[in-house]
Ligand binder design. Structure first.
Ligand code: ZN
Length: 263
């Protein structure tokens, strides 16, 4: 047996020993996230999460928070997490709402300013410095064509995690980039599909991050009240092997596992 072969065997055994990256009794992780600081997240959103016994991550732009600062402070007090979602919410100009604030016309300097102003305003209004970030519309670039640049490195420098949107996979804790986490669309999703995704996360040892917008109503870009509560109850049932936690909690856990060499 060569020395190299023995090393390979040792690494394989070590991989089996550390193949459970989640806390005891948990086989996968789920995070509930909601974007844009929409009023429905406060009412009825807060009450629905309380009913389901869940804490969530809210990615906010400062302007909407300023309209109801005391209510957003209460969100933090209830144990939820507040993340940065830029100040001006730039997306591709192909979306009509972003035509005058298009990523195609941005450069990295302007994006840095947008990120840092949002952080400063959130800190000033709510007294917390956001550790997590969500890319508006899930888009991660500035500019276009040969001059296009990714702004993921700016996010990696400033935040523990960055979350995408409308991605088609849950996160593999071994390989995932904390600065660009996959986010799965949650709006208007029937519970059978939510359950299928959560079961797959538990089976595959993955971290499912669900992304919603409005809360409570049955309409475009909204998570229905019953489905939200049912999601929380299913994820909280120990029989299903899921760790329901905020993005910050799971991201710090994954980072810690990597630092200690367990992942
Ligand atoms: Zn958004």
């Amino acid at each position: 047996m060569t020395k190299q072969w023995r090393r390979r065997e040792f690494l394989a055994a070590a991989a089996v020993m550390t193949a459970a990256p989640w806390p005891a009794g948990k086989r996968g992780a789920v995070s509930l996230t909601f974007d844009d600081a929409r009023p429905s997240q406060l009412d009825p959103g807060m009450a629905l999460l309380e009913k389901g016994g869940a804490r969530a991550t809210f990615y906010v732009s400062p302007q909407r928070v300023r309209e109801r600062t005391a209510d957003w402070k209460a969100v933090l007090k209830a144990g939820h997490e507040i993340g940065n979602h830029t100040k001006s919410h730039p997306c591709t100009g192909n979306y009509a709402f972003s035509r005058k604030n298009a990523l195609e016309t941005f450069d990295l300097t302007r994006m840095e300013r947008d990120l840092d102003e949002a952080t400063a305003e959130i800190r000033e209004m709510l007294g917390v410095t956001p550790e997590c970030f969500a890319y508006p519309c899930g888009q991660t670039y500035v500019g276009r064509g040969e001059q296009l640049k990714s702004y993921i490195p700016l996010v990696a420098k400033r935040f523990v995690s960055g979350r995408g949107y409308l991605n088609e996979a849950a996160n593999d804790p071994e390989i995932c980039d904390l600065a660009y986490l996959m986010g799965t669309g949650y709006d208007q999703m029937p519970f059978t599909e939510v359950k299928r995704l959560m079961d797959a996360a538990a089976r595959e040892g993955r971290w499912l991050i669900l992304v919603g917008h409005d809360m409570g109503a049955k309409k475009f870009q909204s998570v229905e009240a019953e489905i939200l509560v049912e999601t929380c109850r299913y994820a909280n049932d120990p029989a299903n092997g899921l760790w329901l936690a905020t993005v910050g909690e799971v991201a710090r856990h994954v980072a810690g596992q990597r630092k200690s060499g367990a992942l």
